[in-house]
Write a new protein. Structure first.
Length: 419
């Protein structure tokens, strides 16, 4: 069977793109080597980060750099063996995190993040996934009053500039909100706009069911050998060639494998992260999603148990797991809250697909007609998948995208691949 579009990669970005293309009358074949939504989009912290107008910048203060450099940080870690490969991209990341560049990034990024809740809301309603959603925001918690005060000042600015809502919660109120905490925190920023999802993989599965119910087709297997075939594009899956007039690459951290043979050597890198689920001791209950900001991990009351997710590990995507951060974070989390037994046999590992300017790549590939990409969503891919999918489908079908996608164009990295 022929199709108009092949979407390669069925994470949150690919599934959302496929739905929006179907809605515009395109026939779609979605390809994934796994069941859709079982990779990076499965194991994340499940926060739809409407507040996330400021993407995660490279630390520029000496104290943090020293901590990471000396392997003392829980939030960030690097694998020395990965450095020769990742240093060029990390240097660009550092450069784009300078105050001047960063303010441009935030201005471009804010309209994209602003679409996150509405776009998820649309797909949640269409897929009947309301029971997975909690609409009470999340807490960015601080151990010191000084750090809380600094973040509160930034939050006030985010409200004035971008309409992000929040409350500053003091230590006493935090203790009421989470009565089973066994340590006293200085307080938290309660971001009140975001939604949280009790099982991110299940949400992608719901979106995938929606896609299939709309007539979308799925092919399980590893896509290889993406190439132009006359006016069409062709991929091979299990020795069979599939062609379509257009193709969308939504492969998250695997995108280089398909794009590099076509000449797009982009400065992509990954920040790996881990999760583990825990029971709780006695009747202890975690009521909210919370990031322990000064230590660097997240606790999330998921369907599967309390999910602890870790910060950034700068390593090669497929290098062996080194869950050092998980071990450290678990120790600190146990002191804060009575976590029980580990519930998973092994820590889950995923890789946030990152670009140096902290923004995804959304739009056409500059050197090839009919080739589109939605990649590089870093810490916010779960948040942005439906927004990116909608924008891509609009651009592909000749509609004016809901926001200007020029800042997310691949050509901003033109210097890094042969013209
Ligand atoms: C610990 C952690 C916590 C996070 N927390 C959050 C959060 O709270 N909120 C948030 O917004 N984001 C969060 N993220 C980031 C988010 O999970 C990612 O940005 C997002 O899932 C990326 O989605 P994707 O669709 O681009 O990639 P993926 O979900 O990885 O999808 C890519 C797909 O491509 C498929 N594939 C790969 N190679 C091939 C091939 N050759 N042929 C066919 N298919 C192939 C894979 O099977 C996979 O399904 C977190 C990430 C981590 C690691």
């Amino acid at each position: 069977m022929a199709q108009d579009v092949i979407v390669i990669g069925g994470g949150i970005v690919g599934v959302s793109t496929a739905i929006h293309l179907l809605r515009r009358g395109r026939s779609v074949l979605l390809v994934d080597k796994n069941t859709p939504g079982r990779e990076t989009s499965f194991g994340n912290a499940g926060i739809i980060q409407r507040e996330g107008v400021r993407p995660h910048a490279f630390p520029r203060d000496l104290a943090t750099l020293m901590q990471v450099g000396l392997h003392l940080s829980t939030a960030a870690r690097y694998d020395p063996f990965a450095l020769p490969r990742v240093t060029p991209a990390l240097m660009r990341y550092w450069w784009k995190s300078s105050p001047n560049h960063y303010s441009h990034v935030v201005r471009s990024y804010a309209p994209l993040i602003a679409r996150s809740i509405d776009e998820h809301s649309d797909l949640i309603a269409a897929s009947g996934a309301e029971d997975l959603v909690i609409k009470k925001g999340w807490y960015l918690a601080f151990r010191t009053a000084e750090k809380l005060k600094a973040e509160a000042a930034k939050a006030k600015k985010d409200h004035e500039l971008y309409g992000i809502n929040h409350r500053v919660v003091d230590g006493a109120e935090m203790a009421q909100i989470e009565p089973d905490f066994t340590e006293r925190l200085a307080g938290a920023i309660h971001w009140t706009d975001p939604w949280t999802i009790r099982n991110p993989g299940a949400l992608v599965a719901k979106y995938f069911e929606l896609y299939k119910s709309m007539g979308g087709r799925f092919l399980g297997g590893e896509a290889t050998g993406l190439e132009q075939d006359g006016d069409d594009w062709a991929i091979t899956v299990a020795d069979t060639r599939y062609t379509a007039r257009e193709v969308v690459v939504t492969l998250g951290p695997w995108a280089p494998e398909v794009l590099e043979p076509l000449g797009y050597r982009l400065p992509l890198f990954v920040k790996r992260g881990y999760h583990m689920h825990y029971g709780t001791q006695g009747d202890a209950k975690l009521n909210n999603w919370l990031i322990d900001a000064e230590v660097g991990y997240c606790l999330a009351p998921m369907e599967q148990g309390v999910r602890l997710t870790t910060g950034a590990e700068f390593a090669l995507r497929d290098a062996a797991p080194t869950p050092v951060q998980l071990g450290r974070a678990e120790g600190r989390a146990r002191a804060l809250f009575p976590l029980g037994e580990r519930l998973d046999p092994q820590p889950w590992k995923g890789a946030r697909p990152c670009t140096p300017d902290m923004m995804p790549i959304i739009g056409p590939a500059p050197k090839h007609r009919g080739l589109w990409v939605g990649i590089g969503h870093a810490h916010h891919g779960f948040t942005l998948g439906p927004a990116t999918g909608h924008l891509l489908a609009q651009a592909m079908t000749g509609e004016k995208p809901a926001i200007d996608i020029a800042p997310f164009g691949m050509d901003r990295f033109a210097g890094t691949y042969p013209r």
